[in-house]
Design a protein around this ligand. Structure first.
Ligand code: FRU
Length: 475
């Protein structure tokens, strides 16, 4: 069931198996590289390492299979998440050097809880000068190198250069079950010492995964995935959340010991989003890619015995809004996949308008501009995006073909809905509202051959394009 009506055409995914976090994002030697957590034999086997995909344009992808395996004692139970750092002129003959940092996960034999004992978290480096031929693994950090207050959960290195040093951000859980981030420092990228910790001003989850430092227009942000959040009123009963905290003006993460959890804003208000990572491309854009999945999902993402599960989001360009909110927009390159614009049939009925369109496949790009007042857009009569009374809601009529597979309702408060962009890519949906201030990512499993779109409400313009397939090279 590799080729299937539900497979994506512009959301990155491997040919078979399981994908989770994006890793090692970078633009190197003329190609975009996206590595990712990968279990190629899923649902059989438990190997966890890095898959690799490249693209010249963020649209057309080639998948190169599993490239980092769990094959040394220091990563015996998984080559976990990590990041890329490019050393300009660092390779032989003055070429650039790509460094991949990741966490080697090891579970020691014996009776352990694997939280306070029995687990190794090793930070490991792999170098490459061409992005494909990977060098020997070098183990740089072991449990004994982290501060004593850390439990065995320390992982997901993100490395960057700032103020004349290299910095490595790590997610951690301390011995009192407080989530935090560690910052290590280095001059050569090989030998690292602990520099500082970033803690919340009050308890905010027992563990922070996949931390990232983002700089937009001179303002810095800490992005991370706190675990242990289910009790919070906005958490939809989910343990795992993903969001960011803006730092005050002129404050750098490397000099910041405390962040205010009251300022935490979720990246995404949909059902399927976690573990995003960002990188800066040669045009200076900050691009985010997330995992369209969750560690402990209460809903189904592989119905009908599929031999693949999950995908990544499209690359999203980040911009800082005046109030500090980070907006996300699909990389404009995706518009290359647009076919000939299709038209909506208009049914004008005061005060609201109704528009409908039927497209031959579930792969489209919908743009609605100049929205005012209550509004809704429905796909196949079953997936509904609605704005009314200060609330923007995504909901599934699960009675229709079990289309949401357990996904029901998600919402966020907004003052108004001004515009909407909806990317439909078979079983992946990404919804960008208000120029990407509010985003909903979700999987759904439509079974109709054609896609029915119905729009109700006042809008100046609604456009829709069929989209092509940028993933042809992968399967
Ligand atoms: C987040 C995560 C990371 C870890 C990886 C293992 O989804 O748990 O913290 O490195 O996945 O696949």
């Amino acid at each position: 069931m590799t080729t299937n009506r539900w497979r994506m055409g512009f959301h990155l995914m491997p040919p078979t198996g399981w994908v989770n976090d994006p890793n090692g994002l970078c633009y190197f030697n003329g190609l975009y590289h996206v590595f990712h957590q990968y279990s190629p034999d899923w649902p059989n086997g438990s190997e966890r390492g890095w898959g690799h995909a490249t693209s010249p344009d963020l649209v057309h992808w080639t998948h190169h299979g599993m490239v980092i395996h769990q094959d040394i004692p220091e990563d015996a139970n998984g080559a976990y998440s990590g990041s890329a750092y490019i050393v300009p002129g660092g390779g032989a003959g003055g070429s650039d050097l790509l460094r991949l940092y990741y966490t080697g996960n090891v579970k020691e034999p014996g009776a352990h809880d694997y939280i306070y004992s029995g687990r190794q978290a090793n930070e490991i480096l792999i170098e490459t000068t061409d992005g494909f031929n990977l060098g020997e693994k070098q183990v740089l950090l072991r449990n004994a190198d982290y501060p004593d207050f850390c439990s065995c959960h320390v992982r997901d290195p993100k490395v960057w250069s700032q103020d004349g040093s290299l910095h490595m951000l790590l997610g951690a859980r301390d011995m009192d079950d407080e989530g935090l981030a560690l910052i290590m420092e280095s001059q050569d990228g090989l030998s690292w010492t602990t520099a500082s910790t970033v803690r919340p001003t009050s308890h905010f989850g027992f563990m922070w995964e996949c931390p990232d430092r983002i700089a937009l227009d001179g303002f810095e942000y800490l992005s991370f995935c706190p675990q242990g959040m289910a009790e919070l009123p906005w958490a939809n009963d989910l343990r795992d959340q993903s969001g960011y905290i803006p730092l005050p003006a002129a404050v750098k993460l490397i000099g910041c010991e405390h962040v205010n959890p009251a300022l935490f804003r979720r990246w995404d208000f949909g059902f399927d989003f976690y573990a995003p990572q960002t990188f800066t491309d040669p045009q200076g854009r900050t691009i985010l890619i997330g995992w369209m999945g969750l560690p402990e999902p209460p809903f189904d993402s592989a119905p009908d015995n599929l031999d693949w599960i999950h995908c990544l989001t499209v690359p999203r360009v980040l911009t800082r809004c005046e109030d500090g909110v980070v907006a996300m927009a699909p990389a404009p390159e995706l518009e290359q996949l647009r076919g000939e614009q299709a038209s909506f049939a208009h049914v004008d009925s005061a005060p609201a308008q109704t528009r409908t369109a039927t497209l031959p496949a579930h792969r489209v790009d919908i743009v609605v501009d100049g929205i005012s007042g209550p509004f809704d857009l429905t796909l196949d009569g079953a997936a509904r995006i609605a704005f009314a009374d200060g609330e923007l809601t995504l909901s599934f009529d699960d009675g229709v073909q079990g289309i949401g597979r357990g996904r029901q309702t998600r919402s966020v408060n907004v003052n108004a809905l001004e515009n909407l962009r909806v990317l439909v890519d078979n079983s992946a949906l990404e919804i960008f509202a208000n120029n990407g201030r509010e985003v909903f990512s979700t999987r759904w499993f439509p079974t109709a051959d054609q896609l029915d779109i119905a729009i109700q409400g006042t809008a100046e313009e609604a456009r829709v394009w069929p989209m092509g397939d940028g993933m042809e090279g992968t399967y």
